[in-house]
Design a protein around this ligand. Structure first.
Ligand SMILES: [Zn+2]
Length: 426
């Protein structure tokens, strides 16, 4: 589940970045807590992509709205990216590959996987969404109906990932984790982030105030959001990028239909499924330097084909075994159709932006759908039970099996991609 409203609220109230304004008096440089981009890291991609390839990937995957163009000048030799739309402050220069295609591309390998161990040699990182445990309330990822057992998304994600890990390991993969338990990966805590939260508010005293929060409440709410979103996911990204170097990462979540008007927990009778591949940056995101940097890094890494292969294969399992319809984000402005599967959409999320290498982000069934809710309440039972009129294994097992079967199917049927993500240069 993704806290969309919260994120946009943060963007709104952080309108002027606390990191940009103090020294340079220039707004909109970095997202909250973002690391300063090191553009030199992209120099290893000089001369590896043609103008045509770049423009095609930008239009189809990363910049469907065309917002990036305002920050670039392009000619036959390369492109110049600027911080500002007036194009006065250059950030990065990219030289095109000579005609005849990217110089850095190797041939696609056409060996098929060992049928017994189709994932042999793959290092797969699991990222169970959210923290859970003592942090579930702060994360706003828990609800309770009456005297039922509370539903805590972080715990559902972790249970599912533990079964998924067994399946992937049995198929030959080495499984690594962004976290395995209910402790944050980041060493920071909300209290540590009050200065950043306050710094913003000092600038914005005359600006918009949410009537929902007192000033103290707003500071605390912001500090918490900085903790569980920005700091936590950045810490996980450092693990992925600097220690584990997986071949790909699977982010596992359960979704929820929006609560009714009262905002109180209530059940619905709908469930949809979706998988996200990185992309679809919005105009308001591309104002920030760090977002531009990550767009370029991801576009040049070229992990999209691998993400789409995985997403397509998992989507097929969802359709075949569960049959829940896919989400439809047409016209949303923040997600664009992948074109390979109705279940797979491009979207720019903090985890799939910061984690290097292919990332497939899986949003499972709606926790507040009546049938799914009963299925969750039934717990991790053995064998099968009647859930909503069908004989079902427990939900964690079924969800893990859908994902595992999709991943295994992708490796059983498709050739390995030696051209996929290979570059972990410093
Ligand atoms: Zn979630």
């Amino acid at each position: 589940m993704i806290l969309r409203s919260g994120f946009f609220f943060l963007v709104m109230i952080w309108g002027i970045s606390v990191f940009g304004w103090a020294e340079e008096d220039k707004p909109f440089l970095f997202s909250p807590l973002a690391e300063v981009p090191e553009w030199r890291l992209l120099d290893s991609y000089q001369g590896t992509i043609t103008r045509q390839e770049f423009q095609e990937r930008a239009r189809r995957i990363f910049d469907p709205s065309g917002a990036l163009e305002k920050y670039m000048t392009i000619d036959d030799v390369g492109l110049k990216l600027y911080r500002d739309v007036a194009k006065t402050e250059p950030l990065f220069y990219l030289r095109w590959a000579g005609s005849g295609g990217g110089e850095g591309r190797g041939p696609v390998a056409f060996f098929l996987a060992d049928p017994e161990k189709p994932l042999q040699g793959q290092v797969i990182c699991l990222d169970p969404g959210h923290i859970g445990g003592d942090w579930a309330d702060i994360e706003e990822r828990t609800f309770r109906i009456g005297r039922d057992r509370p539903v805590v998304e972080g715990e559902l994600n972790l249970k599912t990932c533990r079964i998924l890990a067994e399946r992937l390991t049995a198929a030959g993969a080495k499984v690594v984790w962004t976290h395995d338990g209910f402790s944050p990966t980041t060493a920071l805590r909300p209290n540590d982030l009050y200065p950043e939260a306050i710094e913003y508010l000092l600038q914005d005293l005359k600006g918009r105030r949410s009537p929902r929060y007192s000033m103290n409440g707003l500071i605390r709410w912001n500090a918490e959001l900085l903790f569980y979103r920005s700091a936590e996911i950045q810490a996980r990204a450092r693990r992925v990028n600097e220690e584990m170097h997986p071949d790909f990462t699977v982010c596992v979540h359960y979704n929820a239909a929006p609560w009714g008007r009262s905002g109180r927990a209530s059940l619905t009778t709908i469930s949809r499924l979706v998988l996200f591949s990185h992309g679809a940056y919005t105009a308001s995101e591309l104002v920030y330097d760090d977002q531009k940097f990550h767009l370029f890094r991801k576009l040049l890494e070229n992990c999209t084909p691998e993400e789409l292969d995985l997403g397509m294969a998992i989507g097929q399992q969802f359709q075949k075994k569960w049959g829940f319809p896919p989400e439809n984000y047409e016209g949303s402005g923040y997600a664009s159709a992948s074109g390979v599967s109705p279940y797979v959409w491009h979207r720019n999320l903090i985890a799939n932006r910061l984690f290097r290498g292919p990332v497939i982000f899986v949003e499972g069934p709606y926790m507040n759908d009546r049938t799914t809710y009963a299925w969750i309440q039934a717990g991790e039972y053995e064998g099968k039970r009647n859930i909503g009129g069908k004989e079902r294994q427990n939900i964690f097992r079924e969800y893990a099996d859908r994902v595992a079967d999709g991943v295994i199917e992708r490796f059983r049927t498709l050739s390995a991609r030696s051209t996929a993500f290979t570059n972990y240069s410093p």
